[in-house]
Each structure stands twice: as C-alpha cells, then as structure tokens.
Design a protein around this ligand. Structure first.
Ligand code: V47
Length: 425
C-alpha cells in the first residue's frame, strides 16, 4: 500500500486518514464505518480490506466439507424477511424430522468425508427439551468424527426457555449431547427499529448478545451474521459491528463473521430489490475493516453466488463456507433440489480466484491444503439421495388443503411496511 499509485488512489477517494489508522493497526470509529459505506470508490475500500485480510490470513482461503440439516421449518417467529418457515398450525409446508430421521440424513452421506454438520431450524414450540438433546446425540452417533455446529441464538433462547434452566446449564447439557460450536444467525440487524418492523417476536439484540456471551463463557465458539439488503439503514449496520466487536473484546469467542445477502424471493417483502453483487462486496469489505478482532470473514457462496465469492476473496473475505449438500433456507423447491458444490469445485473456485485453498474444520484447524483428497463424490451422492428424505414429505404433520400459508398472510403486512419504509430506501 506504500506505492505512489495506491497513495494517490486513497487520497483521491478521501480515505487517507482511515488508511493511516489501518496501517497503524488502530480501531476504526463508528464515523469511519459510515464513511466506508458511503464512499463511492469501492475499489479503494476493497483494497484497504484486502490489506487487513492478507495481514490476518495471508493468501489463504478456507473451505469446509460440511452438510446442512434443517430439522424443522415450523417457526412461531413470523419474520418478514424469511421464506423458509411454516406456521405452527395448519401450514401444508410444515415438516419436523425426528432425531432419527435427521441422523439418517447424515448417514446418507457416510461416504463423504464431512467434518462439520451444520444443524439449524425454526423455533418450533412443540419440540421438548429432550428433542434437542436427542437430535445432537443421534447426529453424533451417525457421524462421530464430525463437529456439530448447531442452533442459532434464537433457537438457544427457545431451548433455554423450555429447559427452565440457566443458559450456562443448557450449554453444558448441549455440549454433553454432542454440540461443538454454534453458527451465526438470528441477530439479523442489531437495531430496535428493524427488530420491531421485521422480527418483533424474536429475541432482541441485548438477549442475542447475552446468549452469545454465555456460550463463549461455556467454552463454545460461535459465528455472527448480519442480514442486509432489506429495510436496514447504514448507521444500524455500523452499530451492529460496534456491538459485535465489543463482545469479541470481552470473550474472544467469535470465529467468523458472515454478511448474509438477503434474498427477497417468496418472502413477505418480495417486492423489494435484492442486494447487488457490488453491495455484497462492500458488506464484505466494511465488515473486514470494522471487525478488527474477528479472525475470519466468510463470503457464503450460497447467498453471494460463486462469482461474487471469488471477488470477495480480494475484498476482505478469507472463507467461502463449504460443500453444504442441501440448503433449505433460501431454496426454491420448484427450481432445484440441491445446492451443492463438490470439494473439487470449491477448491477450483478458490484457485481460479488466485488464492490458496485450505480445508478447515469448524474451529479452523487445518485438514488439508490445495488439491489433496478433493473429489466430485458429493454431487453423485446428493443426487442419489435427493429422494430419500424430502423435507416436504411432511414428517409427522398431516397435509390439509385450502390453507393460507404464513407467507401469504404476511404479504399484506410486508407491503404496508415497504410503503412506510419507502422514504428510507
Ligand atoms: O438468521 C433467513 C438468514 C440466517 C433469509 O455460522 C436469510 O457459518 C437471506 O445463520 N435471505 C440463518 N438470508 C443462516 C445462518 C448461517 C448461514 C451460513 C453460515 C453460517 C455460519 C450461518 O439465514 C438467519 C437469517 O439471517 N435468512 N431468510 C433470506 N430470505
């Protein structure tokens, strides 16, 4: 960054003072965060983020052999940004897997060397405490050598409530049942305004942070996310970073931050436009610069697409997530069944982008480098298994006709909200 060319670019973009702080390793302020979001020269913002990325993670881009299991889509939270969930009552899309069925999903991929099983679902008020413990136990028994990364803080909030125990006691029980780490997710945007408008019945940011703190104090590592591109405002995103890095100063328990690009399709807010690739790159870059104490920034290829993720590896990201196998949260069942990249495709994507692929486990222990052991077996198996257990097979919930789904009934509310937010967009 010392060359005259870059110095000129940085000064011309009006980012000289921020660049000097970055060079000195100083923390950026709230106002710096606003300035980075508002600066029209994305290349310079990205180059500054890349500077930090290379300082922390050199040329490496991490990937993981993982499998997602979404054990239920039943959810009583009614978030307007979500297309995944089904109402607890009378929703024909609703499904719940028994712990054994979830474990069978994992066994279906027994021939793939998976190191992480990522387990999340809706907040299903019918599931008892024992269900969550059995879910972990059955999955662990099906895949003893894989780490289980399970439950966002929103699910944890529900589990704590039904357990009638303290968060610390619950984390001890979950660890004993097989929990190794927690995903990000659930905080969305730490703003009371957006919370009220889009996900009022979910825990607020104070509760999310309290539970993340308890997880870290129990020795569990976790991730954090930001859902962007809907009705949030720039200062709310900067505030989100400030809150996360304060907790990270305290606990050191966060591993990775994942900006989640919102997908409006089939949600109550589907009339809003989706974020563009340029916005995705800016979110990666600003998060890398603001979250100075987070070791990793992930560009989740499912949300960002593979091409944007390749560019993101030069805008601050050092992780692309993994093989996934099946992802229900933004899946359109009418269009495609599976969202999977083989280990070979992931590694080739990273090499093509000019970075060094390193396979990791959920705790960022290095498992392999370069092309060691990569294959195309995931696609073969995921196609073969497509019909074995389809979530829409409606496990344990009877289908009925003539029912208004959650997303239909919320659409009206969504339209009103879009109108009332239109002056902010
Ligand atoms: O909290 C829901 C998001 C999250 C939509 O920790 C949507 O490695 C986009 O947390 N468009 C759950 N996003 C997923 C999550 C996650 C994903 C990947 C990796 C990790 C990790 C964590 O999904 C929710 C919500 O913010 N979400 N609906 C949507 N329509």
């Amino acid at each position: 960054m010392k060359s005259n060319f870059w110095q000129h670019q940085i000064e011309a973009a009006g980012l000289g003072a921020i660049a000097a702080k970055i060079e000195r390793g100083e923390r950026l302020s709230f106002d710096d965060g606003l300035a980075l979001y508002r600066n029209p020269n994305l290349n310079v913002v990205g180059a500054l983020a890349n500077r930090v990325r290379e300082r922390k993670n050199s040329d490496v881009a991490y990937w993981v052999r993982n499998q997602h299991v979404n054990y239920t889509n039943v959810c009583n939270k009614g978030c307007l940004f979500c297309s995944f969930y089904a109402k607890p009552k009378d929703d024909p899309r609703a499904y719940v897997m028994t712990p054994r069925q979830a474990a069978q999903k994992v066994r279906n991929y027994a021939d793939v060397p998976i190191s992480e099983v990522h387990v999340v679902g809706g907040v299903n008020p019918k599931l008892p405490y024992a269900y969550y413990l059995e879910l972990l136990q059955e999955i662990k028994a099906a895949r003893p050598n894989a780490h289980i990364k399970a439950f966002t803080m929103v699910e944890i909030d529900q589990i704590v409530r039904i357990a009638k125990k303290s968060p610390r006691e619950v984390f001890e029980d979950l660890k004993a049942a097989g929990l190794d780490a927690l995903p990000g997710g659930g905080a969305e945007v730490m703003s009371d305004r957006v919370h009220e408008d889009l996900f009022a019945t979910k825990p607020d940011s104070a509760r999310w942070l309290e539970l993340a703190r308890a997880a870290h104090l129990s020795g569990l590592k976790s991730n954090a996310t930001l859902l962007y591109g809907h009705v949030e405002q720039t200062p709310e995103k900067v505030e989100h970073f400030v809150k996360l890095r304060e907790l990270q100063d305290e606990t050191g328990g966060f591993l990775s931050f994942i900006p989640l690009s919102w997908h409006p399709e089939k949600t109550a807010l589907e009339d809003l436009k989706a974020p563009t690739g340029v916005e995705d790159l800016r979110e990666i870059a600003v998060s890398r610069l603001m979250l100075d104490n987070f070791p990793h920034i992930k560009s989740f290829w499912i949300m960002n697409s593979a091409p944007v993720t390749q560019s993101a590896l030069w805008f601050g990201a050092d992780d692309v997530d993994g093989t996934i196998m099946e992802y229900e949260i933004i899946r359109d069942p009418a269009k495609d069944r599976k969202q999977v990249l083989t280990s070979r495709q992931l590694v080739e994507m990273i090499v093509e982008a000019g970075r060094e692929p390193v396979e990791r486990d959920p705790l960022y222990n290095v498992l392999s480098r370069g092309l060691e052991g990569v294959s195309d077996v995931e696609t073969l198996l995921s196609n073969q298994n497509a019909d074995l257990i389809q979530p829409s097979a409606n496990l344990g919930i009877t289908q009925r006709e003539g029912i208004t789904t959650a997303s239909q009934s919320l659409k009206e509310r969504g339209r009103e909200l879009i109108e009332s937010n239109s002056h902010r967009l």
